[in-house]
Design a protein around this ligand. Structure first.
Ligand code: SF4
Ligand code: SF4
Length: 353
């Protein structure tokens, strides 16, 4: 690694430490439903197609009203996840209530149910950002991963609509797997032809439904292929590609993402899960629950708990204890640690070395 990058990483390390102390809530995810209209092979949520009860809007608004006096509402982004947020019939009403309270809001969607009418309704309700999933250059790979025929066409239509909407912040996310690792150039061309400017590429972590499917997990050489692809795409400059938030990437740091690796779970990111659990990033499940909105005040919890996220020294065990890059990595993203034991499930640096 060159000296310039080492200095940048060292400075960023101080920044991260500072941010952990300040722990300003910048993103509040709301798992507003567990219902979903697809059946994704890699789903990390506990979502089902059965009618699991959604959280009533009023209960989440209580949380927002509790935090509003303490935060700058304009800088606290509410992000709706699921399940699939579009399964909620009252989604526009949810948005209107956030908007009325001056919180910016957005959502993560598979795009399947994002019709022009629904989209227009959400824009009127103040929808400011959206992330849409797209997993293949043709229907085959996408529909296979998403568990539903026709889902690729619908996602493509949704993306074209989103990309042509002025002032909307958006990105397209692709879960890269063994079926698509060699198709990235075709996906890129298609997204560019749809007018997409921002594209995030993920690898799938070995949890939830993904745990036992070998087709979903990239081999080490495929990780390198993915990072080389992202790096080259960024250099070309036709579409802004970046890797997801996980993993310290050694020499690829700042080549495949704008900023160095920083797991912001519990530092800038909080979440309210469908059963009222107070957690951090929605990729974390039962293992990192800090309280419950039906018993605890969210703001008190945000300020007084989350210690295992703001001080990561407990991750310095096993392989991480011997690692020369620990100071930059601090044990990888929290979702990549075993939920029972806290031990490391996956080291990105290992895979690309
Ligand atoms: S061994 Fe641990 S600290 Fe080192 S790069 Fe891997 S995950 Fe990060
Ligand atoms: S827990 Fe994982 S997905 Fe969540 S912010 Fe950290 S690295 Fe990203």
């Amino acid at each position: 690694m060159n000296l310039k990058k080492k200095i940048a990483l060292s400075l960023f390390r101080l920044h991260k430490r500072n941010q952990a102390q300040l722990h300003e809530l910048s993103y509040l995810f709301w798992e507003c439903t567990l219902r979903c209209n697809l059946h994704c092979l890699h789903c990390g949520s506990d979502c089902t197609q059965e009618a699991a009860p959604d959280m009533p809007l009023a209960d989440f608004l209580n949380v927002l009203d509790g935090i509003a006096p303490h935060v700058n509402c304009h800088k606290t982004m509410i992000v709706l996840t699921g399940g699939e947020p579009l399964m909620r019939k009252d989604l526009a009403q949810c948005g209107q209530e956030f908007h009325r309270r001056e919180f910016p809001w957005g959502m993560v969607t598979n795009g399947y149910a994002l019709t022009p009418t629904r989209f227009a309704e959400l824009l009127r309700a103040g929808l400011g950002s959206i992330t849409v999933s797209f997993d293949g250059p043709t229907a085959d790979a996408h529909d296979w991963l998403r568990g539903k025929n026709g889902s690729w066409e619908r996602a493509k239509d949704a993306i074209a609509m989103v990309a042509s909407t002025k002032g909307l912040v958006y990105d397209v996310v692709t879960c890269v797997n063994k079926r698509t690792i060699n198709e990235l150039a075709s996906i890129k061309e298609l997204l560019i032809s749809l007018g997409v400017t921002h594209w995030r590429l993920f690898s799938i972590f070995p949890k939830g439904r993904a745990a036992d499917n070998p087709l979903l997990k990239l081999a080490p050489h495929e990780f390198v292929q993915l990072f080389e692809f992202i790096k080259q795409t960024r250099q070309e400059g036709h579409i802004k590609a970046s890797y997801g938030c996980e993993g310290y990437l050694g020499d690829y740091e700042m080549e495949v993402r704008d900023t160095p690796f920083f797991c912001q779970a519990g530092i800038h990111i909080g979440s309210v899960l469908v059963d009222g659990s107070i957690s951090a990033c929605p990729s974390l499940r039962a293992d990192y629950i800090q309280g419950n909105i039906y018993q605890d005040d969210f703001w008190t919890v945000w300020n007084s708990r989350y210690q295992n996220m703001r001080d990561r020294s407990w991750t310095k065990t096993g392989k991480c204890a011997r690692c020369k890059s620990y100071k930059y990595c601090e044990g990888n993203g929290l979702h990549l640690r075993d939920q029972q034991t806290g031990s490391l499930l996956c080291c990105h640096l290992d895979m690309i070395s």
